[in-house]
Design a protein around this ligand. Structure first.
Ligand SMILES: [Zn+2]
Length: 172
């Protein structure tokens, strides 16, 4: 009796109602595992968007921007939004922004990406339910490693892609 609805294709990005930057789609499963108990009842739709912009208090919002969850609604810290330690970045294997910077400061290199990739192969990863972003952390980790190497004076071949923070909300 289960009528399978053919849903229209989901939008992959939407603009955060607070900072106007593009957020990427996340499943309600991610919210269910990271939103505090007392706020679970406010998860009412199946698709949310994650705002990863630094300094913005909104973490999840609905496509039309009418409803949102804020940093304090989550049981974990969203590292990419914070300026102070600890800033978790890999939630499956517990790496932080500070850890990445420290290692590079001490040894001039980072083993984090190798650690994550090898442990992913061995243990699998749980990004959908552990990482607030709801997807693999590697892309973000790579950016941070690159930034940490750059700050430590180690040359990196690729330039760090622009922060693009002057992108205003555009009318449709
Ligand atoms: Zn935002």
């Amino acid at each position: 009796m289960n009528a399978i609805k053919t849903e229209p294709e989901r939008k992959q990005t939407a603009r955060c109602p607070s900072c106007c930057k593009e957020g990427s789609a996340v499943k309600a499963a991610t919210l269910r595992s990271l939103i505090g108990k007392e706020r679970q009842g406010r998860i009412t739709v199946n698709h949310y968007f994650f705002c990863g912009s630094h300094g913005c208090d909104i973490v999840y919002f609905t496509e039309d921007g009418s409803r949102a969850f804020y940093k304090e609604d989550l049981t974990v810290r969203v590292g990419v939004k914070e300026s102070k330690a600890p800033r978790p970045i890999c939630y499956c294997f517990n790496h932080t922004v500070e850890g990445i910077f420290d290692e590079i400061k001490q040894t001039g290199k980072s083993t984090v990406i190798d650690d994550i990739t090898s442990r992913m192969k061995k243990d699998g990863c749980f990004c959908e339910t552990k990482n607030p972003q709801g997807s693999c952390c590697l892309k973000t980790v790579k950016q941070i490693v690159k930034e940490a190497l750059r700050q430590s004076g180690t040359e990196v071949n690729e330039t760090v892609t622009g922060t693009g923070h002057n992108d205003r909300c555009r009318q449709e």
